[in-house]
Design a protein around this ligand. Structure first.
Ligand SMILES: [Zn+2]
Ligand SMILES: [Zn+2]
Length: 266
């Protein structure tokens, strides 16, 4: 059985999930591995909003669960890093200072705004914002790419006024191809994130056309995650993700242990 390598707990500002409840849920689902990936988004550009946590306490909690449940499931310690142009040096230091198994690099902002807030789209068309998002993502990964997988590549589409109406791979192929080529060259995995299915977007992020293109360009590393912020969402649609990946020509998924890929047959 595959596992879920994008899971949030109460160490993330936007989740109350108890880690132990998540582990029990994952064991109940029969998952082989589970990686916690709580949010660190340094310098989040909103007053009174901070996505940071005490990493030592976090790693201690995970270690305790490994001791208790290690016979039943592999529990891994990851982190989801929110990219901004100036943060590379801080994230490099963080990954050097702590023994994370796995790091996701995610673009959560566009024009220094969180697209979760509708103001981000004020006075702009969806397609303008989507394009700006992909361009910022590309610029950011060129500056910092010492993570393992690129999180929810077309995440911005979840928040557009008309969601996928202004979106297809082809419409942004020029910039998405640059992102994918860079990922292949840098040995970066990309993630299939099933939250898009949960949020009625109609597809997991990124769209299968993007996954197929990554495969075409020589990419072989794909991680699978639910991006659960609540215990009941853990493991959501993993079988669907597996099916999508098979249809896109992948034979394996990967998870990371001590920052090294472990291949699991789909
Ligand atoms: Zn994210
Ligand atoms: Zn996440």
């Amino acid at each position: 059985m595959i596992g879920d390598v994008h899971v949030h707990s109460k160490y993330s500002t936007d989740s109350d999930a108890e880690m132990e409840d998540s582990v029990i849920q994952a064991v109940g689902l029969g998952l082989s591995y589970l990686c916690f990936t709580d949010h660190i988004d340094y310098d989040f550009p909103y007053e009174n909003v901070s996505f940071e946590f005490d990493v030592e306490e976090y790693l201690r909690s995970i270690h305790g669960l490994q001791e208790k449940y290690g016979g039943r499931i592999r529990i891994l310690a990851g982190v989801e890093l929110g990219m901004q142009p100036h943060l590379g040096p801080r994230y490099r230091q963080l990954l050097k200072d702590y023994p994370f198994d796995f790091a996701i690099g995610s673009q959560h902002l566009v024009g220094n705004q969180d697209p979760f807030y509708p103001e981000t789209f004020e006075g702009k068309s969806d397609s303008e914002v989507y394009r700006a998002y992909f361009e910022e993502l590309l610029a950011n990964i060129k500056l910092f790419h010492e993570f393992d997988t690129l999180g929810h590549l077309d995440y911005i589409v979840r928040y557009g006024r008309h969601k996928a109406r202004a979106y297809s791979y082809r419409q942004y192929a020029d910039v998405i191809d640059e992102i994918l080529k860079f990922a292949v060259r840098s040995n970066l995995a990309i993630e299939i994130n099933t939250a898009g299915l949960r949020k009625q977007l109609g597809f997991a992020n990124p769209h299968p056309d993007v996954l197929k293109r990554y495969r075409e360009l020589g990419g072989t590393l794909v991680t699978i995650g639910s991006d659960a912020h609540k215990v009941h969402a853990l493991g959501f649609a993993l079988d669907t993700a597996r099916e999508i990946l098979r249809n896109c020509g992948f034979t394996h998924t990967v998870y990371y242990e001590r920052r090294k890929p472990v291949f699991v047959k789909l």
